[in-house]
Write a protein of this length. Sequence first.
Lengths: 220, 133
Amino acid sequence: MYIIIVGASKAGVNLAKTLLSGGHEVTIIDQDKAKVTLLSETFGDAIMLGNGANASVLKVAGANRANVVAALTGDDATNLVICQLTKLMFMTPRTISRVSDPANEEIFQSIGVDATINSTRILNYLIEEQVQAGDVVVPLFPLKGGDVELVQVDVPRGSYIIDKKIKDLGLPEGIIIVSIYREDKTLIPKGETIFKQNDEVIAIVKKEHIDKIQQLFKGS
Amino acid sequence: MRVVIIGSGRLGSRLVSVFSKRGDSVLVLEQNESKFMYIEDKQGVEFLVGDSTDEKIIRQALKKPADLVLVVTGNDYTNIMIAQKIKLVDKTIKVIMRLFDINLVTVYTELGIEVVCPTSLTIDALLKMPGLS
């Protein structure tokens, strides 16, 4: 697959790395010259400088042969234009977009963006195949300050936590379970909530506890 | 005629005066209140301060049915977002937006939103000047 990622945010960069290591072809577009210069050490020709909402830039990036365009800038309006432009001018089969303001999800849906997804979901969506269920804690975003991360971890078969209540897990203070994605619904968990197999769990975790959460969730 | 103008920069502030002098009822929506000072003729003009990409604010601006909405903030992408949100609120309303990027004009004209493009107007005007045609 050929994937164009607009916006060299942390999410964009990590996504690009995952896709490249999975053997896909990737181009990252960002208009911050300093950032592009820095990242070109890692990405070489796979990163280019430019405004990814500009048709000429997208053309140079090869938008007409891209299978997926991922609009990952921090600005919803820019992402909207990227998706519409690539769909209409370059007939991109699949466009996905980061939507920072949930109130904007409706407009993205109404104009036919294939996936209206928050940044967390984008990563999940694209790296699904690369991630072995349950044996990795996927870091999504480092939070400000640096030692706390937003992570995703799935509940594999045989995991210790299946059928256990959150409050009975004895989680240390540095781990907060934020949401559970189960059967197309996102649950906001309480202490009484019970984990099921295949749950996709989003958690805020202090870095020192990442091993702990990995252990808890580990499958058989 | 009832006209809603979104964005009170160099273009928007001038449009407010033009339409209100013509006798139209004008509401201007702008995020940055200090920009209202660019409007020379404020008499009879309604002012609304708020984020014009926010659907609630858009609804508020359109509370009195408008005949025309002009979307003229300085940012193409913002204008596109606003224009399409207005169409979601009321798809019959006449919306015209300003876009600088000529490539985007084609896309959004195809999508049924009216566009004015200063870039292409400037090119046309230049080409009509003596010695250039």
